[in-house]
Write a protein that binds this ligand. Structure first.
Ligand SMILES: Cc1ncc(COP(=O)(O)O)c(C=O)c1O
Length: 409
């Protein structure tokens, strides 16, 4: 094999950064098929440092929902850049975007901004503890590294801590309790044992089995109301994707607080925490504050992104293109005898291997996809820039990948 810029970047990255990346899940695991470095994105495609092109379903791990270099958001960023990035008093954009959030998100009577999803979840947890005067927190799913505190909880979207997570004081870990998505028995047990000490229940939906929210969210709402616990939805993946206002709109069960991040600003770093006024106003005592909360380039991007969502039927497109892509893939896997299936809701399904699948099937699948110009993650996303023709082309590439994979399995 000749010289590879991707390989060289990956080697240089690992020499100076643990994981070779600041984001653990971005660390390339399947070199040389997986790109070691991405240099450009446009629409639904990315190019690596060796000039190879991929139809991309990773989308920065979720935040790119309209597409790379989407004209309306990029133009809004460019325009705002002429006027400055961050100021010592609030810019009108901060109010405008907070107003939009309060308009479109059912639970939002007040909204504020931070930069990452994990931070925004931490803010909600602090406000819930202040509001209730209690210390314990029950968490469902991954809520960001800052909040990976419970024994048995998620330390990364695909990684669980077996005991209290390394680096977390045991006394702090003891206040956090993990519960699996849709594990009604565990949730009821936790509330039966110590419901009067639980400040917050934070829920991030399980992707392959999201439909279970139909019964799990009402159960969570009942238990939290009964015990005076603040119900927080982590809508970082589901918001601006499953529905504009995420699962609270889709299932019609309104939480007390919610967090949005990926999807709100088409890749610009912005997170939103919002909720009932009486809880959010607690921030005057239980302080949450960051210099960059009102950074205007991200807010300009968010305003343009939300306007695009509202005016151009983005959610409907994500469902339609998602169904076209993932249902055709599932039919293809059956045809080729591959024990693989995309499960969950069409805008954000997860690939699941059958119980008798070879242990390395998932890895071989991803390698074959990369080798055929398809970029996937565990949870995958179509964007507003994946048009019919792109999906048709992606399916042709998938057919080639399946043929190669089936020949080797
Ligand atoms: C459901 C969920 N919650 C929280 C987070 C953390 O967000 P961030 O990485 O912006 O801190 C993520 C990130 O993958 C997520 O998927």
């Amino acid at each position: 094999m000749g010289h590879s810029n991707c390989q060289e970047w990956a080697t240089r990255a690992r020499a100076v950064m643990p994981f070779g990346s600041s984001t653990c899940s971005k660390s390339p695991r399947y070199l040389p098929e997986e790109p070691g470095a991405i240099v450009r994105g446009k629409g639904c495609r990315v190019w690596d440092a060796d000039g190879r092109e991929y139809i991309d379903f990773r989308n920065g791990l979720g935040p790119v929902t309209l597409g790379y270099c989407y004209p309306a958001t990029d133009e809004a960023i460019r325009r705002q850049l002429e006027d400055g990035i961050v100021f010592g008093q609030p810019h009108p954009l901060e109010t405008e975007v907070a107003e939009m959030i309060c308009e479109v998100i059912p639970c939002a009577e007040r909204a504020r901004f931070l930069k990452t999803g994990g931070e925004a979840n931490a803010a909600c947890i602090r406000l819930a503890r202040h509001h209730t005067g209690r210390d314990h927190v029950v968490q469902v799913g991954y809520n960001g590294w800052l909040n990976s505190l419970a024994a048995g909880g998620r330390t990364l979207p695909r990684m669980e801590a077996t005991s209290s997570p390394p680096g977390v004081p045991r006394a702090l870990s003891a206040l956090h309790h993990s519960c699996g998505w849709n594990n009604a028995e565990r949730l009821e047990g936790l509330f039966a044992e110590q419901g009067d000490q639980i400040a917050a229940l934070v829920i991030a939906a399980g992707y392959p089995d999201m439909g279970a929210g139909k019964t799990f969210y009402p159960l969570a709402r009942d238990l939290t109301e009964k015990h005076g616990t603040v119900l927080i939805y982590d809508e970082i993946v589901t918001g601006f994707r499953v529905a504009l206002a995420g699962v609270q709109e889709h299932f019609g069960v309104t939480p007390d607080m919610a967090v949005f991040a990926k999807g709100v600003a088409n890749g610009m770093p912005l997170s939103v925490y919002c909720g009932k006024a009486e809880i959010m106003e607690g921030v005057h005592e239980a302080i949450v504050s960051s210099t960059y909360g009102g950074e205007t380039l991200s807010l300009a991007a968010a305003k343009a992104t939300i306007e695009t969502y509202r005016n151009e039927g983005v959610i409907d497109h994500l469902w339609r293109m998602g169904e076209k892509m993932w249902s055709a893939c599932n039919a293809m896997y059956k045809e080729h005898g591959l024990p693989l299936e995309w499960r969950g809701y069409w805008p954000c399904p997860q690939i699941v291997a059958g119980p008798d699948a070879p242990a390395d099937l998932h890895e071989q699948f991803l390698r074959a996809c990369y080798a055929n110009g398809l970029s996937f993650y565990q949870c995958n996303y179509v964007t507003f820039s994946h048009k019919e023709a792109d999906i048709d082309e992606a399916l042709e590439r998938m057919e080639n990948a399946c043929r190669q994979l089936a020949a080797g399995v």
